[in-house]
Ligand binder design. Structure first.
Ligand code: SF4
Length: 351
């Protein structure tokens, strides 16, 4: 790449004047960097800021996190989604405490051996947390480099990622302020060289280095392979409400949304008549329909509330009150609206 040094200098100068003030930047630490990097994967910065502050207040160190119960960690993660990140962070904290004396290793190759830390996260934490000269290539960086180089290859191909990491390591990454440089690249991708809409090239600090801009093809890039269609699942959730409590169950310890809480459910969409058969001695209310999109899956949900004194929920449920729903049990975002309904029903019971 021509003028790689000048590109890095231009990007850093822009970052110095334009970087957003974010809590993980104002008081940086390897622990805070790791927490923020995991929270920021798949989640918007605005959503992460309050959750990050609350998480660090509750679990201020690897030691504090390692000694917490998994339920507490999942509850603190509520609202961020992709809960496998929280479980992995918890497991990683235990490894850091048990195997590394509570001090996060700085070598990206060692970081990658910790649960849930892939090449991007390892590079990011090593460079931002420790100043190690390591590339951190995520979707933002792939998009920026596809445009800078006028590269029409599919950015989802593993070879494109490898080539981008190699280019960064061999030519572009500066030897000073490498963490700031990696953050500047991410910031450029988030604010200027944006996805979906047209990039804001007129504001771009590296436009003079950009082949796509020079050739007027920036809106045709990057090329992304077609995503697989999502699988659809229909479910009916059943909210059994009795004596100020609602029946909840814990999801299996493996797979999607592992160890989170949910209401009992059955496959398919039950009609009102079918729902009535579940409670011969109670009342039934339809709670509406909702959809939730996961990366690979769609849930098409419907829910009914059952009220009565002789309800028979399925085996394995736990009866939870408002305090448990609000402060202790972590539910997936997909069920948030039904949790709100359950809270309301319990309030009515208490009134
Ligand atoms: Fe992206 Fe435009 Fe900047 Fe090129 S000039 S890197 S396309 S914002």
């Amino acid at each position: 790449m021509n003028n790689a040094d000048a590109l890095a200098a231009a990007l850093l100068a822009w970052y110095d004047s334009r970087a957003r003030v974010l809590p993980w930047r104002t008081e940086p630490s390897p622990y805070g960097t790791l927490v923020s990097e995991l929270m920021l994967q798949q989640t918007r910065v605005d959503t992460v800021i309050p959750k990050y502050k609350a998480f660090l207040a509750r679990f201020p160190s690897f030691q504090a996190l390692a000694s917490a119960q998994e339920d507490e960690v999942l509850k603190a993660w509520e609202g961020l989604g992709y809960y496998s990140r929280a479980r992995n962070l918890h497991r990683a904290a235990k490894v850091v405490v048990e195997d590394y004396g509570g001090v996060l290793p700085s070598d990206p190759a060692v970081l990658r051996t910790l649960p849930g830390i892939g090449p991007y996260c390892a590079g990011s934490v090593a460079s931002i947390g420790f100043g190690v000269r390591a590339p951190a290539v995520d979707g933002n960086v792939l998009r920026v480099f596809a445009r800078l180089q006028g590269d029409f290859r599919d950015i989802l191909l593993p070879q494109v990622r490898k080539d981008t990491e190699k280019l960064l390591l061999e030519e572009v990454l500066p030897f000073q302020r490498v963490g700031d440089f990696n953050q500047a690249l991410m910031e450029l991708g988030a604010l200027v060289c944006i996805p979906a809409a047209a990039p804001r090239c007129e504001e771009c600090p590296v436009q003079s280095f950009c082949l796509a801009r020079a050739e007027g093809i920036e809106q045709q890039l990057p090329v992304r392979g077609a995503a697989k269609p999502r699988r659809k699942e229909e479910k009916t959730f059943l909210l059994y409400v009795c004596r100020g409590k609602v029946a909840v169950q814990k999801r299996p310890s493996r797979g999607l949304l592992a160890n989170l809480w949910e209401f009992p459910w059955v496959k398919g969409h039950l009609t009102f008549r079918q729902a009535e058969e579940f409670v011969p001695h109670g009342t039934v209310a339809f709670l509406g329909e909702a959809e939730h999109l996961f990366s690979h899956l769609e849930w098409h949900m419907r829910a009914y509330a059952f009220k009565g004194e002789e309800l028979c929920p399925p085996d394995g449920v736990v009866w939870a009150g408002r305090e448990e729903l609000e402060n202790h049990l972590a539910f997936p975002s997909a069920l948030r609206q039904y949790v709100r309904v359950a809270m309301k029903l319990l309030e009515e019971e208490d009134a």
